[in-house]
Design a protein around this ligand. Structure first.
Ligand code: ADP
Length: 437
């Protein structure tokens, strides 16, 4: 399921970013192409003004000068004297002569159709030789299928009119625009691939904790069902036996049912505590608490149980008075109870358990040490996990492997830390670190 979600998220992220990128690229291309076109047209217009000014000053039009100008700007010139084509037209660089004639005709038709009426208002300049007016426009040739910038320069002197038609092919501009578009397609494709890879890695990272969490939930439900199944099976079989048993034996079956019921209640309460911690509904009511008193109370509460298990329980409190700790008294008591319960359960007869308290750099350190069976380094990493029990502790009845995970959640909600290390000479030391505030 997660693989599918991962794939979909990758597609979504890549898709959205690619669409944004394409829209931005198109916008950029549009503006850039408009500017390229405008710049080329303006540069063409400027060249035409220079050419027209030069022509006005020449009393006799120089063919070499025209050829030079053509070569420089990659232009094609056509000259008409009172509408009659000059011989020069045959020499210029626009393909074979019939094609040139058609092109010239098409250009003049376009000019006549579009500008003939408005030409009067166009710029008129008077010099000593000619009076001129010029006009530039874009023109698409139906015969060649190419686009051109075209300039028609009219030079008038007395009764004669010299018309110079200059054509500049837009081929190079179109090639430049095409190259730019190809470059953008290439960049967009590469970016799309990079985005895809990045989105895949990013969404994978994003989904990992969710996947792990779901995995944990599945394991939790499986372990909880497994733990509940055992007492339930005992209850059911005891109830059945009780029904058929003689009256004096029934009490023993009822007692088993009661005990297994209590076991189930403890387990369900533990699971509810963890579930409220997971859903952040874990209520913590912090109050100023004297931790030495709290530890003393725990010591007194557990001393009879320790005695019952033939264990010696002792307490070490600092001689000087300590500041109070801002914590939830009941919850911290619960943590100490879990640790003491474990210490009693996993320490053999005649063993020693010690409770101690110290205060350093605004932090309290409460520890429960025992000289019991100890915890291997491998297990130390796992015992705070839910339903985890070390191999050698499996046989201990009434333990579900939830105590330390509850203790860990409580200490964490106090912004503290719960750690375990080996005690010198065997056994374990569990330490609760709590900030003063
Ligand atoms: P449980 O209810 O099984 O004790 P916990 O979460 O409290 O569950 O502890 C998890 C496991 O950690 C225990 O099953 C046991 O293997 C190990 N453990 C906890 N405390 C001690 C201890 N004082 N000495 C040895 N092993 C311990």
């Amino acid at each position: 399921m997660f693989k599918k979600v991962h794939r979909r998220l990758t597609l979504l992220c890549t898709g959205i970013t690619t669409i944004i990128m394409i829209v931005m690229s198109l916008g950029y291309l549009y503006v850039s192409e408009q500017n390229l076109y405008k710049n080329q047209f303006n540069s063409f217009k400027n060249d035409m003004t220079t050419i027209s000014t030069n022509l006005e000053r020449q009393s006799v039009i120089s063919m070499e000068w025209l050829a030079k100008m053509e070569a420089q700007g990659n232009y094609s010139f056509f000259l008409l004297d009172n509408g009659v084509p000059f011989l020069y037209n045959k020499l210029n660089n626009l393909g074979d002569s019939s094609q040139k004639d058609t092109l010239l005709q098409e250009c003049l038709d376009e000019y006549n159709q579009t500008f003939k009426i408005s030409v009067v208002s166009d710029e008129k300049i008077s010099f000593s030789y000619y009076t001129s007016y010029q006009i530039e426009f874009e023109f698409s040739s139906p015969s060649t299928g190419e686009d051109y910038f075209c300039s028609v320069i009219n030079l008038e002197r007395n009764s004669s009119t010299l018309q110079v038609i200059v054509l500049s092919s837009l081929d190079a501009l179109h090639r430049q625009i095409l190259e730019q578009r190809m470059l953008f397609v290439f960049i967009d494709l590469i970016t799309m691939i990079v985005l895809g890879v990045f989105s895949f890695a990013f969404t994978g990272k994003l989904l990992k904790p969710i996947e792990e969490n779901q995995q944990k939930q599945i394991q939790f439900v499986a372990a909880a069902s497994h733990e509940l199944r055992t007492p339930l099976a005992v209850i059911l079989s005891s109830a059945e036996c009780c029904r058929d048993a003689e009256q004096e034996k029934q009490a023993s079956f009822l007692n088993t049912i009661h005990n297994e019921g209590l076991r189930m209640r403890t387990l369900i309460n533990d699971m509810l505590t963890l579930s409220s911690s997971d859903s952040h509904n874990f209520s913590i009511e912090k109050k100023e608490t004297e931790l030495d008193t709290l530890l003393m109370n725990s010591y007194e509460a557990f001393e009879p149980l320790a005695k019952e298990h033939k264990l010696s329980l002792s307490i070490q409190l600092p001689k000087e008075s300590l500041p109070s700790c801002n914590c939830d008294k009941d919850r911290i008591s619960q943590v100490i109870s879990i640790l003491l319960h474990n210490a009693i359960s996993y320490t053999k007869e005649g063993g020693k358990i010690e409770l101690s308290l110290s205060f350093q750099k605004e932090h309290f350190y409460l520890s429960v040490s025992d000289n019991g069976i100890g915890i291997s380094d491998e297990d130390k990493k796992k015992i705070f996990g839910r339903f985890y029990r070390a191999e050698k502790a499996r046989s201990t009845k009434g333990h579900f492997g939830l105590g330390l995970s509850i203790a860990y959640e409580i200490v964490k909600s106090h912004h503290g830390n719960l750690s375990v290390k080996d005690a010198t000479g065997g056994g374990s030391i569990f330490t609760i670190e709590l900030p003063r505030k």
